[in-house]
Design a protein around this ligand. Sequence first.
Ligand code: 5GP
Ligand code: ZN
Length: 110
Amino acid sequence: MCIFCEIVAGNIPSTKVYEDDMILAFKDINPVAPIHIIVVPKEHIDSANSVNTGNSKYVARIFEKIPEIAKSQGIDSYRVINNCGENAGQTVMHLHFHIVGGVKLGEKII
Ligand code: 5GP
Ligand code: ZN
């Protein structure tokens, strides 16, 4: 099992901030901002490259819940980041979205 599947299974502890039948959100272990949440599908999907019509419902659920998760952390302005693949900095090969905020964010890439 990958690290995030282990977290979903409860084998590795995490600070959960939201959970339902399809997705889990927890605090990043190495935050880059005051608020740094990772949101994952409970089903293993390698990366954005592996999203398809059969599993896109997980991505839909994640984006339906992002505003609620952000609000629960006291923010309504934030950056959502997905790193897809090694050259983009993806280190955990389980699809995930970073919610980063709680501070005036700096330099933009795009
Ligand atoms: P990536 O670089 O793949 O886009 O993001 C992976 C993120 O997962 C990193 O920000 C890293 O700090 C976080 N992370 C890695 N392992 C763990 C862990 O065991 N627990 C938590 N809470 N976050 C983790
Ligand atoms: Zn996984």
